[in-house]
Design a protein around this ligand. Structure first.
Ligand code: DAK
Length: 261
């Protein structure tokens, strides 16, 4: 499938790279871009050989500088709601992919950009990255899940402060609050992201998928039911060739050769 505002590539076997590609507008999210993000995520997720998806922004200045203000500004209330639902749909498609997803944040990550990054499983960032939900400066609330995902990630009080002040934070602070997993220099960020993707791709892929599902579905359950979910995932792994290979390889003191079966 071909896209106008995103690129979907496979730099290595099993590793997908989705790039939001409107660098002249700092990769701002208009309606078309939101739809394409959802479609590209679904395309990667439908590939049974997919192991991991990286999400980044084109150029060296921004991951995504938010929803497209020039498109949004003339919306009626109903159009605003539809636009919000469009973003929600795209980001939920990304969030619920069966494979791990990593946001590779290479600059401004604001508003809808932060909401996009938070819809990935975790965030890697360059030392020049800046994060924020500046929507209230424009007279609007976050509209693509920011009020919900930020509070779940960093806690209610920090989310409340960042969203009601619109304050932007540098990467060290974002890491300290648990928003960012690792920070790299801008020129090594993508290489480090690919290194992490390769590590994941080399593991037993059924186990990786089941582990993601257990974490994601379990986090909103009570602990008893969440642990039942984990037991089922654990049990299911014993029906796979990869588990047999992984354990035999350990006992034979060699690297496992997983097949995804
Ligand atoms: N939308 C449209 N264009 C943008 C943009 C954006 N969010 N951000 C940057 N651009 C464009 C600029 O207009 C400029 O275009 P030209 O003038 O060259 O044509 C070009 O990108 C380069 O930007 P600057 O010239 O401004 O670059 P600087 O380095 O000087 O500044 C900046 C970089 C990131 C600090 C600045 O561009 C900036 O403040 N951008 C806006 C950041 C922002 O406020 N982002 C949050 C957007 S609000 C909702 C649905 C969704 C949302 C909310 C509600 N509902 C339906 C309820 C989401 C809201 C947001 O994401």
């Amino acid at each position: 499938m071909s896209y106008e505002n995103v690129l979907l590539e496979q730099p290595e076997a099993g590793i997908y790279l989705l790039t939001v590609n409107r660098p002249k507008a700092l990769n701002a999210l208009n309606s078309r871009t939101l739809d394409e993000i959802g479609a590209a995520a679904a395309e990667a997720g439908a590939d049974p050989e997919a192991r991991v998806l990286l999400v980044t922004g084109a150029g060296d200045k921004a991951f995504v500088a938010g929803a497209d203000i020039s498109e949004m500004r003339a919306y009626t209330a109903l159009e605003g709601k539809t636009f919000s639902q469009r973003g929600m749909r795209a980001f939920r498609a990304l969030e619920t992919l069966p494979i791990p997803t990593i946001a590779v944040v290479n600059g401004f990550c604001l508003g809808g950009g932060l909401e996009l990054a938070m819809s990935c499983d975790w965030i890697l960032a360059s030392d020049s990255a800046r994060f924020g939900q500046p929507e209230v400066s424009l007279g609007v609330t976050p509209g693509f899940g920011g009020t919900q995902r930020l509070a779940r990630l960093v806690g209610r009080a920090v989310a409340m402060e960042l969203i009601t002040t619109g304050r932007q934070v540098k990467v060290e602070e974002a890491k300290a609050m648990g928003l960012v997993n690792h920070v790299f220099s801008a020129d090594t960020l993508m290489a480090e992201a690919l290194k992490q993707a390769r590590t994941i791709a080399a593991k037993g892929s059924i186990a990786v998928r089941l582990a993601k599902e257990a974490i994601q579905c379990g986090q909103d359950l009570d602990l008893d039911n969440a642990c039942v979910l984990e037991s089922k995932a654990f049990g299911l792994c014993f029906s796979t060739a990869d588990l047999k290979e992984g354990m035999l390889a350990f006992l034979e003191k060699r690297a496992a050769e997983f097949t995804g079966r």
